[in-house]
Design a protein around this ligand. Structure first.
Ligand code: ZN
Length: 151
């Protein structure tokens, strides 16, 4: 990765960290789940309103590191309007990218804005930060009443 690109990604991550998008509980939210990453101290609550099988509104609250907050913020934008199956497919691709299982240029390009987080694959300890909100959203969609943990 070029240093210019790395800097750009860093800038986008910090922007989402300082000004998280869709922060708070969306009106009419009907699913919620909590996620904790004790290794880093990240804590997130993810809310979603399902409408006709689609993720009509997604929001989050909580506090955590720049990676976990930016991932939650960008996720809420990336999954907007998608079906459950589309969310699962996107999470699978995102997971492959941040763990380095599949970080080919095509795979990264298919992630859109989420690509800025793919550099996490060089820091395995941060993978849990990057995927925390995703696990929580999955749990919320499953209707799980229990808080999810990355442990
Ligand atoms: Zn973290």
């Amino acid at each position: 990765m070029s240093s210019e690109l790395r800097e750009l990604y860093q800038t986008v991550i910090l922007d989402h960290y300082k000004k998280p998008r869709n922060f708070g509980r969306p009106e009419g939210a009907d699913h919620m789940a909590e996620g904790r990453n004790p290794l880093c101290g990240d804590h997130v609550k993810v809310y979603v309103r399902l409408d006709d099988g689609k993720l009509a509104a997604v929001g989050f609250e909580g506090s955590g590191c720049a990676i976990s907050t930016a991932s939650a913020s960008i996720m809420t934008q990336a999954v907007q309007g998608r079906t459950r199956a589309e969310f699962d497919a996107l999470f699978a691709r995102f997971h492959d990218a941040v763990t380095g299982r599949n970080a080919s240029p095509d795979a990264l390009a298919s992630l859109g804005k989420l690509e800025v987080l793919a550099g996490v694959r060089e820091f395995p300890a941060r993978v849990k930060c990057a995927t925390l909100a995703w696990h929580a959203l999955g749990a919320a969609l499953d209707g799980s009443p229990e808080p999810v943990s990355t442990e």
